[in-house]
Ligand binder design. Structure first.
Ligand code: CP
Ligand code: NVA
Length: 309
């Protein structure tokens, strides 16, 4: 049984495919009418130390769609780790709620919640990773191309939480991930090596040349240069990422049929131009919508049958 959804590495490729299949089927059923109230009277506590639009709304909407309820708790509301220890928060919420969602700065905070919570804990983004995002991303790639095996994802930008989870998801699902980042912002060697151990050296490549990364790509992906918590570094980062923008010139180096993905929020004329963003807006917002579809299936699986084991 899988209790938590904290690290993609804990799941096999087969388990991730099973979740994707189930999310696709649930999404189809949802277009045909209301889903059954399988989480009737169940409660999801959502702890957010950082802002959120997509993650918060998708989890809250998902609980409503399944007949349950979600409670939004900010850091100031509960003082995670300051008003009381994380392990006590986990034990209290675990006695009152049926699942926990947590977006924290430190990844260790979500790990600690999971260790001490008797109910499932879902990682809603940490400084280290963003697994729910990566699963909505690959769901979008699969919807567009019909398959994942052998698909190439080119990530252009910061070697951050989004990049790390996407790299692991790609490796688990038989895809090839290439990250193009400037010096100082690359995925670290130890991480890259650990991803290569999942599916071989070709599943995770790095370069400092964005044009080289996007050549042959099925999907070109970017994220903000300034993640939540890095606001004070903005001026330096914007300078350092010069040349790593997803723009018309870079897209000319990608195949014509390549899609563009962005986890959002997008900062126009930083990591992506308005022109490229709007040309690919349909896919990017379908990707955002898939946060809802994947996470609704995820909470259903975790809260009802331990992830479908
Ligand atoms: N992509 C994403 O996680 O968006 P939010 O920060 O708005 O939740
Ligand atoms: N890397 C970004 C992702 C936002 C969804 C951040 O951590 O702020």
């Amino acid at each position: 049984m899988i209790k938590d959804f904290v690290n993609l590495r804990d799941f096999s490729g087969e388990q991730l495919v099973a979740l994707l299949d189930r999310a696709a089927a649930d999404k189809q059923r949802f277009t045909e009418g209301p889903l059954p109230d399988d989480l009737d009277r169940q409660v999801l506590a959502m702890i957010f130390e950082k802002p959120s639009l997509r993650t918060r709304v998708s989890f809250e909407a998902a609980m409503t769609h399944l007949g349950g309820h979600a409670i939004y708790l900010t850091r100031d509301d509960i003082g995670l780790g300051s008003r009381e220890p994380i392990r006590d928060v986990a034990r209290v919420l675990g006695r009152m709620c049926d699942g926990l969602v947590a977006r924290t700065f430190s990844h260790e905070s979500v790990e600690e919640l999971a260790r001490h919570s008797p109910v499932p804990v879902i990682n809603a983004l940490t400084d280290l990773s963003h697994p729910c995002q990566a699963m909505a991303d690959v769901m979008t790639v699969r919807e567009h191309f019909g398959s994942l095996q052998g698909r190439k994802v080119a990530y252009v930008g910061d070697g951050n939480n989004v990049a790390r989870s996407l790299a692991v998801a790609c490796a688990k699902l038989g895809m090839c991930f290439t990250a193009a980042s400037p010096a100082g912002y690359r995925l670290d060697d130890e991480f890259v090596e650990s991803v290569r151990e999942i599916a071989g050296p070709a599943c995770c490549l790095t370069t400092d040349d964005p044009a080289e990364a996007v050549a042959g790509a099925d999907a070109v992906y970017t994220d903000t240069w300034v993640s939540m918590g890095q606001e004070e570094e903005k001026a330096r980062r914007v300078r350092d990422f010069d040349g790593f923008q997803v723009n018309k010139l870079l897209m000319a180096a990608a195949p014509d049929q390549a899609i563009v993905l962005h986890c959002l929020p997008a900062y126009r004329d930083c990591e992506i131009t308005d022109g490229v963003f709007e040309a690919h807006a349909e896919t990017i917002f379908a990707q955002a919508e898939n946060r809802l579809h994947f996470q609704r299936t995820l909470i259903h699986a975790l809260l009802t049958d331990g992830g479908g084991e």
